[in-house]
Design a protein around this ligand. Sequence first.
Ligand code: PLP
Length: 400
Amino acid sequence: DKTTARRVQRIKPSPSTAAAQRVRELKAQGLGILDLTVGEPDFDTPDHVKAAAIEAIRQGDTKYTPVNGTPQLRAAIAQKLQHRHGLHYPADRIAVGGGAKQVIFLALMATLDAGHEVVIPAPYWVSYPDMVLANDGTPVIVTCPEADGFKLTPQRLESVINDRTRWVVLNAPGNPTGAAYTVGELAALAEVLLAHPHVQVLTDEIYDEIWYEPGQVPSIAGVEPRLTDRVFLTNGVSKTYAMTGWRIGYGVGSAELVSAVNALQSQISSCPSSISQAAATAALTGDQTFVRNCVAVYRGRRDLTVKLVNDIPGLSCTPPSGGFYAFVNCSGVHGKRTPAGEEIRSDEDFARYLLESQQVAVIHGAAYGSPGYFRVSFATSTDVLTEACERIGRACAALS
Ligand code: PLP
């Protein structure tokens, strides 16, 4: 390839985007696909958020904003972090971008040179390794088995840290597992990190409000004050407020890192959409009933999905503590044969079999660095979930 840079040749398009595209194509062919690949809320953005955007347009808030976001939005973010983690982030330590995805990418771009390593616990959100590769870094994948709750242990972390390590990524509640660290587990990881002052922590807390356990999901930034300055905490409004299309996310961390992110942002996009920023401000500062209602609905779907999946011989899944995905263990069907005589050799074979024989779309675990599993999104109706689990059960029963 003579026209593209090596950094592009190193990366692949996001498997979830690819799965969504395949589902769209099959639907366009008139197939009744039950889509469990969806990575966004199936709710509409709340009306008061839309109203704030319309008002911003009417008032002429339609120009460039400061590179690091409007003062109103940064104040709303600071208030959320103060309230949630007891952490005070002044305005110069807050970066706002076009989604958490962009903010994470910019933080990696701002800090990685060739040879730098980023520790990524698997199962991982599909984008981390490619974002690292796109920025000349080296992803160091650490497998975190289901027996450890899909979580990074202090021993595993210690074993992969070296002089080249730049970042450790912690995503909790995690995509695809819904797993989250307890305060004690974060304190134990922090203990390891305190001994390695050159390592920074990138926390992705995009699912923090979609939480099914008592209390709130903790952040390592709040758990270990001696680490706070080495944590780049990222979050956004996409999942919590059903605002995936508005593209607003943020990151907070040391003034040095945030100013580097802003320097890049100033050359890449100048600022995120002024209208979306007004909407995100309304979402963060307004009435939170919408969020509570969504979580109640997700909780019902989670319980239903986990129960139906665990009733299927050959499959099992641990209830997720947060987020809207269940990560299903399908190693029990490996080695079996489909009615057509094809052997199921991998999670990818199984996902293809589900799609072709039952028109149920899921994403295979290897896409998240964890073969032997598949991800089910329950950001869809209970009717779809019930019917899909019935079909998955039929597909499993037909194996021999
Ligand atoms: N982080 C995780 C773990 C996600 O699952 C997603 C979306 O799928 C994002 C970040 C991206 O969020 P945003 O819409 O803010 O870019």
